[in-house]
Design a protein around this ligand. Sequence first.
Ligand SMILES: *Cc1c(COP(=O)(O)O)cnc(C)c1O
Length: 367
Amino acid sequence: MVDSHGSGALLTIDLGAIVANYQTLQARLGRVPCGAVVKADAYGLGLSEVAPALADAGCRTFFVAHLEEGVALRSHLPSPEIFVLNGAMDGDEQVFEAHDLAPTLNSLDQIDRWARFCRTRGSRPAALHLDTGMSRLGLPEDELARLADDPGRLAGIDLRYVMSHLACAEEAQHPMNATQLAAFNAARARLPAMRACFTNSSGIFLGSAYHFDLARPGLALYGANPTPGQANPMRAAVRLEARILQIREIDPPRTVGYGAAHRVDRRTKIATAAIGYADGYLRSLSGRGMGHVAGHPVPVIGRVSMDLTTLDVTNVPPAHLSPGAFVEIVGPHHAVDAVANEAGTIAYEILTSLGSRYRRHYLRVGA
Ligand SMILES: *Cc1c(COP(=O)(O)O)cnc(C)c1O
C-alpha cells in the first residue's frame, strides 16, 4: 500500500452504528438472543472488523455461508458459536472439527454423514435446516417425513437449532410469511424437541411469533432498511465518497462517455469521479445514479465505466468543485437503499459489491 491520498474512493464504515443496530434488534427481540450473519465479508463491510465489534457487544452466535469464511471468522473470534449455512461437503468434516465450526445440515445425506462423524469423533454441534418454502437449501418435505419416522438418525449430533428461512419477510403483508411459519411449527412438532432459529432481519419486525430462540439478521446490522416502504429503523453504517479527478464544461452537441450515450442539451459542467463498475458502482447506474457534492445533488450522466463515472455538477457552487474534492455516493444525503433503487437492485447487492480498491476507514465504537 503506497502512503498517499491516492485517487481511490473512501469507504467509511461506522462500527458504532453497526453495534447500535445490533442493540436495536436485540431490544426488539427482548429475551431472545440476537445472532449475526457475517457471510460475504460481513456484507462487504469487513469481517475482521465487524465480527469482533459485534462479539464485544454481546453477540454469541454467528453465521457464515462458506466453510472458508468460518475458518477466517474463527481466527478472529475464539469462543462464539459459528454456523456454516452452506453445510459440510463430503470430506470437509475434519476442517469443521479443527476450527470448531458447526455445519447447517441441509439434507438427510448431510445428517447421516455428520452423525457418522460424531459417532467416531464425539458429539459435534450442528443446526438442522428445513425447507419451508425457499426451495433452495434445507430438508424438503419428503426428507423431513423420513427423519420424523427415524429420529435416531440424529443420534450423536449436538443439535443446537432447527432452522428455516423466510422468502418474503420484507413484505410484511405477504401470505408466504404465515404459511412458512405454520409449516415450521408443524415440522417442529414432528421432530425431537430442540431450540429454533427462524428469522432474518426483516422477520424480526413481523412480531414475536417469528422470533423463536435465536434471530439471525444480516442486512439490518449494516444499516439498510429491513422494513421497505416504512422509515428505516436502523442507523446508516456506510459512507462512500469518490474523488473528483477532473472538471470540464462542454456545449451541445458534445456527448459524454462510452457509446456517446448522453448528449448535452445546454452548457454542462461535468465532474469525472474515480469510481466505476470495477468498484461495485454498478453499470446499471448509468444515467440513473445520483451523487452529492456539498449536499447538492449531482446526477450521473452517460455510462458508468470501469474506473470512472461522470456527473453533472452544473448546479454546484464553484467553490465546492476542484480536483481532489469528494462526491458523496452513499452517505447522509443518499442511503444505500436509494443507490440500490436507482440501480434496479437491492441494498444487499450494493453492499456486497463494495470495491476492494477503496481506502477503508473504520470508525471505532464510541468514537
Ligand atoms: C443471508 C441469510 C440471512 C440473513 O438475512 P438478512 O435478510 O440479511 O437479515 C439469514 N438466514 C439465512 C439462511 C441467510 O442465507
